[in-house]
Design a protein around this ligand. Sequence first.
Ligand code: GLC
Length: 697
Amino acid sequence: MTLEEKLGQLQLLDNPAAAADRAAALDLVRRGLVGGILNAHGAQQVNELQRLAMQESRLKIPLLFGYDVVHGYRTIFPVPLGEASSWDPSLAEETARIAATEARAAGVNWTFAPMVDIARDARWGRIVEGAGEDPFLGAEMARARVRGFQGRALAAPDAVAACVKHFAAYGAAEAGRDYNTTDLSEWTLREVYLPPFKAAIDAGVETVMSAFNDLNGVPASANPFLLTDILRGEWKFAGFVVSDYTAVPELIAHGLAADEADAAAQALNAGLDMEMVSRLFNLHGARLVRQGKVPLARIDEAVRRILRLKFRLGLFDRPYVDETREARLMLAPAHLDAARRAAARSLVLLKNQGDLLPLRKDLRAIAVIGPLADSQRDVLGPWHAAGRAEEAVTLLQGIRAKVGAKTEVLYAKGCEIEGGTTDGIAEAVRVAKAADVAIVAVGESAEMSGEAASRTSLALPGHQLALVKAIQATGKPTVVVLMNGRPLAIEWVAENVPAILETWFAGIQAGYAIADVLFGDVNPGGKLPVTFPRTVGQAPLYYNHKNTGRPPQPNNKYTSKYIDAPWTPLFPFGHGLSYTQFRFSNLQLSRTRLSTNERLVVTVDVENTGQRAGDEVVQLYIRDVAASATRPVRELKGFARITLAAGERRTVRFELGPEHLGAHDRHMRFVVEPGEFRLYVGNSSAGGLEARFDVFD
Ligand code: GLC
């Protein structure tokens, strides 16, 4: 390979069809100066581009085709924050498997997922793309999704290479403002933000995407501590690192690089292997090598990593995709069934006063109200790949399909999601008064979360709260269905509306799945993977916080709280109700004293004391009461979603070892420190059965 051809492999180009200079982009492919293309998908389009590389270039090296298949390719599943609400890693693996099947059939052999950024600040729009605020749940979901995307053999026609992103701590953006500075201690980096990445790498993820953000003064895409010391030195990662979109030239704006050549040199020398969209590696790489500013060995190492993936994907043997598979795999009935099941399992029942839900299917009339009640576009969420709005099932459609012919389903939009006027509220009130129950679908548009979509408010946008208040004021039993990409500060709704169902953006089968839950064909079992604050002023708010030296006390002014609002969350991490009830009892520990390298078995009995089968997510938290570096008041270290028949009682077992009890000390050594530990087992991060045990040296 010539140096120019080697540098070509480090180039990830945007789809030439969308390029300003399409001919120039195609010429680069033809000359073998492109390693991969993003945003090109569809078997025919991909094969055309692949033929250009394979038949006209000198070395005939096949291209990678990358795409943001984040929660589905054409069959769109719940957004990742919704899927994380299922607390069901096997479900996440299943949906990723289906996404990979459809994507590979469309010529995509590399997905820019899973996004595993921990997010503690609901103002940050990309909270929707990850698994929420907790590193343990985040790690479990990351592991499952990598397994799902990559399957058992990368060369199989239903596997794609995964790309864990955005490395690292992108979710710690100051003030929740996307792309903003992140500045945090190494302790927090290692304890909170890195574990899901480590889990993805342990699961065999083939690639990593470096993040946009400046991390402690060194932008992640040119950060040797991240890209070399941790990724290669500590974790022995053998795949390659691709930058995020034009993150290399952005090193100049960051104030790290003096010019383009300096940006390319710093990124390459830090350990970045492939450049997305921008072309500084290609334009400056040869001169940097000749000047001795970038060792040729560094280029060779990056090229090897990229070629190795192409071999593992089988692209040298089968560079083209079978164009007959695509049509029959897209939206296959089994895929749609999985999407409906995944959506139902992702729903979180936040409130159900007086057991208003589930609704009867033979009501005389139901009013379906709100700007999100009949929106096909929004239920697909912000990253919907090849999903098509016209193929999505809305809440209104789902309810109409669910109820009997005798039930009249009335509809009124009421207001817009944002902006607009209150003129439509009167009609919505009239429709509600004509019905036996009112279902009001409110929240955010799909564009209000995702990339470059941070908000300074967590309130319901526009006139939606006025709409909810007007419907509630009719005195009709009212159910609020939330569709949103982040926790919302809905204190009035939580205090005044009897039933609230969190649905996030539930995907292509949203309407059917939400109706399954509203009418009781599915008993909701989801739990919040993020904390809901009462007001945006509390952000960032998360359950695994430190205790401080003055933990909040209601009757003591001089403790850590606010003078103008409660310091507690509206709904805590791990919260979620069911149509049945569960009782926890008989918490047992295999020992109450153990050495730092011994293991502890914890069992608890869970009984379904209600009248119908249901799911409970049993959650285990620990607290290291005194450590050389202070530990959070609670840390999730185990969970299990179980299904119990009415009256059924089951013993659930957890095992804790040093990997659970340990943490980084003030010298960044991962150790289990002797002393008292508390243990909590329950159905959320609040309350639960409590025990204590002691660890000794
Ligand atoms: C975007 C996103 C990243 C995505 C990439 C390619 O800017 O930050 O998550 O994978 O570009 O679309």
